[in-house]
Design a protein around this ligand. Structure first.
Ligand SMILES: [Zn+2]
Ligand SMILES: [Zn+2]
Length: 329
């Protein structure tokens, strides 16, 4: 494999008082994530943190330094959700800045993975088995996953749980918390009403890309669709998201996400119309291309979320009570 040149942390001003801190990620296909700094009195509120790995705090400091900011100025860390690339560095930043961490309390999905990786792996292998993945492939996956770091420096309890309606004061005005589960059970967006600015985390991304945490809530896809309605009602003008550049045309992005979910739900149904299939067999049909080692876990879990959603409305069922095969109707 050819080693990819790693990105470096980079800071840029988006608006007076709002900076994008672009931080490198070790993931194939997702080279960086964003944290957003918003000025607040003598300091800043830091929305999201980047992932924890060797050297990652220096990357954040490098990005902040480029726009004249320092870690000691962080007065508050507020996270959009508890995926490693959004809250992984919360602990070292809090240690340095002496500030609070605010995050949504539905953290089980993240806490379990970070504190008990072997249990998390066992759970993933069981899901794989139930999806028709052969033992040999599961074994290869386990070998890779065992060495993978969690990306979370230390699990922290929120100093304040982020809930609907909670507000955060900054020099750009007040930001309101909107719970937007779906991508993750802990997901929230932050909205600044007067400026119609949305900090969307991974709920809305510049490049439409769907991911749902499977198995922690009853219906991640249904939750995601409801969360799109929540954000649509805000009527945001500019969106700054967890990955990629800021973008306008928020309604277009919302509609694009809806359309893609609809297409994939249809493709899921179509895949099992003629004969029952496993999630392993359905996933490549949903995406229209074969699974690879890089996509298999993500696409199978995503497909299980579509199947779960369709099962709730009675459109699909399993052969046997919890068998591997899914059938239409
Ligand atoms: Zn995420
Ligand atoms: Zn992310």
């Amino acid at each position: 494999m050819v080693a990819r040149a790693r990105e470096l942390g980079r800071g840029e001003r988006v608006l007076p008082g709002l900076w994008r801190l672009r931080l490198p990620l070790p993931w194939e296909g997702v080279p960086h994530c964003n944290a957003w700094a918003v000025s607040a009195g003598s300091g800043i509120v830091l929305f999201d943190t980047g992932m924890h790995e060797p050297g990652s705090l220096s990357q954040l400091e490098r990005a902040m330094d480029q726009v004249g900011l320092g870690l000691e100025q962080v007065r508050l860390i507020a996270c959009t959700h508890a995926h490693a690339d959004h809250w992984g560095q919360a602990a070292p930043i809090r240690d340095r800045a002496g500030c609070e961490l605010w995050i949504h309390p539905n953290l089980e999905h993240a806490v379990r993975t970070a504190t008990d990786p072997s249990l998390a792996l066992a759970r993933m292998l069981e899901i794989g088995r139930q999806s028709g993945v052969p033992e040999q492939a599961l074994h290869r996956y386990a070998e890779r996953a065992r060495d993978a770091p969690s990306g979370v420096a230390r699990v922290l309890e929120p100093d304040r749980p982020l809930r609907d309606g909670l507000t955060i004061e900054t020099d750009l005005g007040e930001w309101t918390v909107h719970e937007t589960p779906g991508h993750a059970p802990s997901h929230v967006c932050f909205f600044q009403r007067e400026r119609r600015l949305l900090i969307s985390g991974d709920h809305l991304l510049g490049r439409i890309s769907l991911f749902f945490d499977y198995g922690w809530t009853p219906d991640p896809v249904g939750e995601f669709l409801r969360s799109l309605e929540v954000v649509e009602a805000l009527d945001a003008r500019l969106c700054v998201s967890g990955h990629g550049r800021p973008f306008f045309d928020v309604p277009g992005h919302i509609e694009g996400n809806r359309r893609l979910v609809r297409e994939r739900l249809d493709a899921t149904l179509k895949a099992i119309r003629a004969e029952p299939r496993t999630a392993l067999e359905i996933a490549p049909l949903v995406h229209g291309e074969p699974l690879t080692e890089a996509t298999a876990r993500w696409w199978i879990l995503e497909t299980l979320c579509y199947l779960t959603h369709l099962a709730r409305v009675g459109a699909v069922g399993r052969e046997g009570d919890d068998g591997e095969l899914w059938r239409a109707g």
